[in-house]
Design a protein around this ligand. Sequence first.
Ligand code: ADP
Ligand code: ASP
Ligand code: MG
Length: 815
Amino acid sequence: MKVLKFGGTSVANAENITKVINIAKSEAQKQRIAVVVSAFGGITDQLLKAGELATQKDLSYVDTFEAIKARHIEACKLLLPKKKSELVILKVKDELKTLYDLLQGIYLINEFSDKTKDKILSYGELLSSYIISEALKESETSSTLKDSRTLIITDANHTQANVKVETTNKNIKDYFDESDEKITLLPGFVSKSDTNDTTTLGRGGSDYTAALIAAAVDASILEIWTDVSGMFTANPKLVRQAFPIEEISYQEAMELSHFGAKVLYPPTVQPTLQKKIPIYIKNTFEPEAEGTLISKNPKSKNGPVKGISHVENIALLTLEGNGMVGVPGFSKRLFSVLSLNQINVVLITQASSEHSICVGVFSDDAKKAKQVVDEEFAYEISLKKIKPLLVEGDLAIIAVVGDNMKNHQGISGRMFRALGQNNVNVRAIAQGASERNISAVIAHKDIKKALVSLHNIFFEKQIKTLNLFIVGLGNVGGILLKQIKKQQAHLREHLLLNIRVVGISNSKKMVFNTQGIDLRDWKSQIDTGTDRTHESFFETVKSLNLSNSIFIDITANEEVANTYTNYFEESISVIACNKIACSSSYSAYKTLKELSKKYGASFLFETNVGAGLPVINTLNNLINSGDEVTSIQAVLSGSLNFIFNNFNHNNSFHDIVKQAQEEGYTEPDPRIDLSGVDVARKILILARESGFKIDLNDIENKSFLPEESIKADSVSDFYDTLKTKALHFEGLYASADQNNCQLKYVAEFNNGKAKVGLREVDKDHPFYNLKGKDNIVLFYTNRYPEQPLIIKGAGAGAEVTASGLFADIITLGKN
Ligand code: ADP
Ligand code: ASP
Ligand code: MG
């Protein structure tokens, strides 16, 4: 014999019930079956709601009742032929009348005891099983309906009744021994106390009903039919990458369900385990999918971790005090008082100092726990031997489960590293003695992030997702998005990196999409985005709380640079194209570096010097491997290079600067380039990255501009001075030409001192042949004392700058 249980979604409406009937009929052709059904999806919640509204003297309980009624009548109409449905509806209405009277009673006396609650809740399963049995009879299959309350006997612990196993077993066995019906349909969840009152087996308890029947009749298989294709590696509603576990042991299934994998009600496993009856979790809506097999000796294809689950609404109780050390009996008293008051302990940890015990309980029990524990220890508290019970709420437990974890080292290390890297604060840790489970108490808000990052490291070793938040959508930003879009598939396949742009913002609007912004039409999305401020952008990134988040600044804005600290404090890495942060005061630069270290977030700014050229990365590699920089000589301004490479006898300095601006080689305000400030900032960053404490004022900057140009108030005044002072610039060129030299704007760093300025370089100098907008950097170090390490190439332009940012993103992906 086989037992099949269909959950709430599987019987939610006539269409689904038809699927259930088809599955049952096809199974019944092979063997006798028992079919256990839940209430129509959502009905149990509605019954509970109606009862609660009635106790609160809220007349809208009648509306809820009417909605319940309509659902059942509608199902009858759709499932049964007209004549038959009229008869069935009459009976259903009759039952509902009693339910209505009960609700009215609750309304009048203002009381909703657990005993009444069970009575009310039982209507869900009693009605669904009745309607489904009538529909089953219609399809010419021999079947009968049996009220589980006549078989399953419990104590009087209403809403969470404990089954009297022996009597129940005997009742079920005797009943099925006598019957030869092909299909026996039974309501799940409901039972009866030995005092003849209706009881229920706890929310989700229909699974347990089915397991009790399977065990009593020695069924060959128990099948739990639900709305997902098996027990997944994590709740599929929260972790998109989760997948069904093919096979799993009874103990693993029990641990996962105990820690929140709702797909199986935890007590279900016990009866089947004793009889070694395999359990299959199957999907009513995808019957051909394999599902999950729960058995004694599962085949294991995957790693030691089988699944990750979580329990919400947890409060942590901490009992602590010096008076506890070395004194036996405190934990015993704590657990006795909790158990006496029916407070379920979900997790326990005790520090080896014995100075404190920490237990996790459901939030609903926290208030009562506080009261009874403080009463129990009132004497010790008055003597200050222990402190009043400390209660922390808004927590959740996350558990990593697997039979084989005990044979593998380092699982907890990986678990807590992943949580730490994603800034998930762990409040308490417990490892079961069987080492089948490691659980951690975390903040409720971190559940999704924790699940996703743990799933990522234990089940998706291959693919790492980076969540990007990009501010600045000008030339460079736009090209970066284009490059990302083009490379996404390649990176996924070859570097196992999933690059997802989750947030973008220009100076006015912002757009977020946790599934990844569609990069084909980001422009139209940003036009219709929401208004933004630097704070609101940060607050959104923070509230999304995604693992591997990276903030990318492609602005030249000081206010944006000022927000980096916020990101670091959330362990979010920062990639900056913006030079302001690294070239502001030394102390600010140092603080950012330290914050990034403290919070385990990276801070990369390769494009600050030489656009896409690997200047900073190379320098970091030298320093990290123990080299020391003695001198740096560099041409670091693509714009000044362009200008001095093109300026000659045949044109004017004014026109060349204008052209450079028009072609996008200078900042919108060309004075920033021509004054040398931009170059000074770059050599400053290189000096700092070489390990020197240096500020912008320490850099000698002898300008080649005439006094008038330096003093010009506006960009147009500045251009005017380039005309009026044409002779000055012609003089600079003529002198260099006469000496067979080229004019180059050079940055130098020697013995801790830096300077920038225009120099005439002769043809033997490595800078002499520098073309177009190229940059060049010479590093003289202990390892490269005479022949410097040279990096040369295009040092300006949107394409190369964007690719420098992209390189930083990939570097983070490989970390
Ligand atoms: P039913 O009504 O069929 O009894 P439940 O709602 O009780 O169904 O259980 C199925 C649901 O359990 C799934 O829809 C899913 O949201 C949730 N769930 C939580 N954790 C897991 C998991 N690890 N694997 C599968 N489902 C899970
Ligand atoms: N209908 C009950 C509930 O929703 C029992 C079950 O579906 O398993 O909790
Ligand atoms: Mg269920």
